[in-house]
Design a protein around this ligand. Structure first.
Ligand code: MG
Length: 226
C-alpha cells in the first residue's frame, strides 16, 4: 500500500502547489499601475492635495518613507468628487492592548458622508463596525483582512447621491468595495450618512481620511472620476 500511497500524496501536493495563486505578500505592494484617467491624490511625497478641514493645517499628519501617518485630525481632499473609483492602500499597526473600535481605527469617507471603515479586524467574523463595513449600515460579505503590519487596499466604487435643482436628495448613494481585491460590498444602497458623516452628502464632496487617534499609514491613493 505504502508504495502507492506516497507517490499519490507527492503528486497531490505538487498539483495543489501549482494551483495556488501568488502569495498575498506578493500582491498590492504599491507597484500597481495607476490608470491613465486617475487623479493621484497622494504619491507618497506630500499632502498638498489635502486640507485639515478647510485650512492648510493638516494637524499632525507626517510623511515618512513614502507613506503618510494619521495624527492630529482628519484630512480632506481639496478637490471634490461625485461618481468615482477610489484606490487607497493602508497599513495598520498592531495595537495588541486595544479592543474593538480602539484597535487601529481609521476610515475613508466619500461625498463627505459615507465611511468605509478601517480597523484591525483580522480573523474576526465581521460585523457592521469592522474593516470594510459601510459603517453601521452594511457589514462586508466576507472578512478579507490581512494581519496588522501588512499593506492592504480598498477600491471603493461610488455612485454618488443625486440631488434635484433645489438641492433635495432624490436618490441615495450606492457603494461597492474591493478589499485586497476581494469583493466585499456589492452595490449597497447607503440611505443616510454613516455616524460621523456630518449633516449629509455634499454634491460634490471631499474624500476624507479619518484620524481616530491611531497611527495608520496610507500610500498610493488615486481616484478615477466616473
Ligand atoms: Mg473609523
Amino acid at each position: 500500500m505504502s508504495t502507492i500511497r506516497y507517490p499519490t500524496i507527492a503528486l497531490t501536493v505538487s498539483l495543489a502547489a501549482s494551483l495556488l495563486p501568488a502569495t498575498a505578500a506578493n500582491l498590492f505592494e504599491g507597484n500597481e499601475a495607476i490608470p491613465s484617467d486617475a487623479i493621484v491624490l497622494f504619491d507618497g511625497k506630500d499632502l498638498s492635495k489635502w486640507t485639515g478641514g478647510g485650512s492648510e493645517d493638516r494637524g499632525g499628519w507626517k510623511i515618512e518613507n513614502g507613506y503618510a501617518v494619521a495624527g492630529g485630525g482628519s484630512i480632506y481632499t481639496k478637490q471634490k468628487f461625485k461618481d468615482c473609483q477610489l484606490h487607497v492602500e493602508f497599513w495598520l499597526p498592531l495595537m495588541a492592548g486595544e479592543q474593538g473600535q480602539g484597535r487601529a481605527n481609521s476610515g475613508v469617507f466619500l461625498q463627505d458622508a459615507y465611511e468605509v471603515q478601517i480597523l484591525d479586524s483580522y480573523g474576526l467574523r465581521s460585523n457592521g463596525g469592522d474593516c470594510g463595513a459601510i459603517y453601521s449600515i452594511s457589514a462586508p460579505m466576507v472578512n478579507a483582512c490581512r494581519p496588522p503590519e501588512h499593506w492592504q487596499s480598498f477600491d471603493i466604487f461610488l455612485r454618488a447621491a443625486r440631488f434635484d435643482a433645489n438641492g433635495k436628495k432624490v436618490a441615495s448613494a450606492r457603494m461597492s468595495v474591493l478589499h485586497n481585491g476581494v469583493w466585499i460590498q456589492e452595490n449597497v444602497e447607503v440611505p443616510r450618512p454613516t455616524p460621523g458623516g456630518g449633516d449629509g452628502p455634499k454634491d460634490p464632496g471631499s474624500v476624507q481620511l479619518q484620524d481616530h487617534g491611531c497611527p495608520i499609514r496610507f500610500r498610493n491613493i488615486w481616484l478615477r472620476p466616473l
